[in-house]
Design a binder for this molecule. Structure first.
Ligand SMILES: C[S@@+](CC[C@H](N)C(=O)[O-])C[C@H]1O[C@@H](n2cnc3c(N)ncnc32)[C@H](O)[C@@H]1O
Length: 211
């Protein structure tokens, strides 16, 4: 099921404006490889969220070849800088991502960890302005538990694919669907987060840490 009608997606794409050459090349590669990047509509939202909370420390779980990271990095490229901790378990994705970020002049903000995201967050000290979750969907509940503790007050926990092509509405799904359903249930029961799901592309959870 398409969450957003293709006509609306294409309308939004039309009014959001053009993207730089590197982003467009990454989008083309995703199309060719059928690789699940967040895409331009969600990318733009990530950029906006980072600007809204003046993010200087972002932890990303599941970075692929760096497309979503490019949007975080663009938000930091305003003179004040920052740090983005990326985690990816595929070496070839990591190397590809580093090359793209380098070409865009944004690698200076990035630490690309070849690691399991659930382990890497435990050994990365400090609080984060934003933690973004985009790993294996069955791991979403575990990712939520770790991420929620590490977001600063006034910061954001953001997760992609939380509507999972509409499969979240099924009574009983596969491990990925059940992982996302459990993630959504737990997120909306957390009283220290004010949360919403933005239904663009495959659904993005945006949770603001109130206290
Ligand atoms: C949906 S893709 C990420 C796309 C990326 N966020 C973007 O929009 O450009 C998910 C990526 O997470 C990686 N991955 C899945 N589970 C992981 C884990 N537990 N730790 C680290 N990487 C993981 C996969 O190898 C894959 O490249």
């Amino acid at each position: 099921m398409n969450i957003v009608d293709a006509k609306i997606e294409s309308y939004l794409d039309g009014i959001y404006g053009r993207r730089n050459e590197v982003l467009r090349e990454m989008e083309e590669e995703a199309g060719k490889r059928d690789f699940p990047i967040v895409g331009p509509l969600v990318g733009k939202l990530l950029y906006q969220l980072a600007r809204m909370v003046d993010a200087r420390r972002v932890f990303e779980m599941g970075s692929g070849y760096g497309y979503s990271a490019m949007w975080w990095a663009k938000a930091m490229d305003d003179g004040s800088g920052g740090e983005i901790f990326l985690t990816e378990r595929s070496r070839s994705n990591k190397e590809k991502g580093e090359a793209y970020l380098e070409r865009a002049g944004l690698m200076k903000y990035v630490k690309y960890n070849l690691a399991d995201a659930l382990e890497a967050i435990d050994i990365t000290a400090g609080e984060f302005d934003i933690v973004f979750i985009d790993i294996e969907k069955s791991q979403y509940p575990a990712a939520l538990e770790k991420a929620a503790r590490r977001v600063r007050r006034g910061g954001l926990l953001v997760a992609d694919n939380v509507l999972w092509s509409g499969k979240v509405a099924e009574e009983k799904g596969d491990a990925s669907t059940e992982g996302i359903k459990e993630f959504n249930r737990r997120l909306f029961s957390m009283k220290n987060f004010a949360s919403s799901i933005v239904p663009i592309r495959d659904g993005v959870a945006v949770a603001f840490k109130v206290n």
